[in-house]
Write a protein that binds this ligand. Structure first.
Ligand code: PMP
Length: 296
């Protein structure tokens, strides 16, 4: 299968207020964001021509930037509009939206106060994050050696590029061993999240999910909690220790890219893909559709 590299795709990218041809959206090698991880980003999905919870994502982009002492030189409204306009120009109904903000090239060194804050928005088609063939039995998760950092060690709640270094390492190890992804514990040894998605467990008809005190409180996570509550399903946000894993019946992970994906295995532990996971997946896939279309 030949895959077109990401710097050679079709269309336009919004870059610092202008639309530029896809191939021309470049940065210099001496860019602060590249050397010192001074960059934050978002991952959004458009369904039926509308970006799901766009404002929440844009708000999080600005909040992440603030956590990295960066001020995005646009308003939230301008970034929302730029995302919508880029989607329109790309001509996609269903797509993945990637805004990113990073410190530029004016200063090279640990300090970066004078660097321009650059912003780009790129949109491409990204169907399913995990092989749909695994939906029936659930994906297999490795248990990562890497742990989500103490909030005193890193700005854990920012969607900041530096936090993905350990995610990439954990995912490489997992894939090498034949797993689709990896479950990460946090620095205390509590169950935390996956490399790009939050995690839920089911026991006796109730949901259990770790309290997001040192990792991203995902927008999909919050959406799924709302959907579960609408069905009177009890949601327990709490500390979950690895010793509890054998006692859960079902498991699934949630994220913008992953949507709601059932999990069949975590290391030695087995889970069934049951009705509750299937129902919440269906609820989520209907929730993300534009409201007007859903009413038809
Ligand atoms: N955790 C991590 C590490 C992620 O990268 C993501 C994806 N952004 C999530 C959780 C889920 O967040 P969301 O539902 O907002 O996409």
């Amino acid at each position: 299968m030949s895959v077109v590299p990401f710097d050679q795709r079709e269309g336009v990218i919004w870059l610092n207020g202008e639309f530029v041809p896809w191939a021309d959206a470049r940065v210099h090698v001496l860019t602060h964001g590249l050397h010192y991880a001074s960059a934050v980003f978002e991952g959004e999905r458009a369904y039926g021509g509308e970006i799901f919870k766009l404002r929440e994502h844009t708000d999080r982009l600005f909040a992440s930037a603030e956590m990295l002492d960066m001020v995005i030189p646009y308003t939230v409204e301008e970034i929302d509009e730029a995302c919508r306009e880029t989607l329109k120009r790309q001509g996609y109904r269903d797509a993945y939206v990637r805004p990113i903000a990073w410190r530029g090239s004016e200063m090279m060194g640990v300090s970066g106060q004078s660097n321009r804050i650059n912003v780009a928005i790129a949109i491409w088609q990204w169907p399913a994050y995990f092989d749909p063939a695994h939906l029936e039995r659930g994906i297999k998760l490795d248990i990562a050696e890497w742990r989500r950092p103490d909030p005193r060690t890193a700005p854990s709640k920012a969607k900041a590029v530096g936090l993905y270094m350990i995610c990439t390492l954990a995912k490489h190890t997992a894939e090498r061993k034949g797993y689709a992804d990896a479950l990460m514990y946090d620095w205390r040894g509590q169950v935390a999240e996956c490399t790009g998605a939050n995690i839920f467990f089911v026991r006796n008809g109730e949901l259990h999910t770790p309290t997001p005190d040192c990792f991203l409180d995902g927008i999909t996570r919050r959406t799924v909690i709302d959907l579960a509550r609408r069905r009177q399903i009890k949601v327990n946000e709490r500390v979950i220790m690895p010793e509890e894993l054998p006692g859960f019946e079902q498991c699934f992970i949630v994220g913008t890219a992953a949507e709601v994906t059932p999990v069949g295995e975590i290391g030695p532990h087995r889970f069934t893909v049951g009705d509750l996971v299937r129902t919440l997946r269906a609820d989520y896939l209907s929730e993300v559709q534009p409201k007007a279309a859903a009413a038809e």
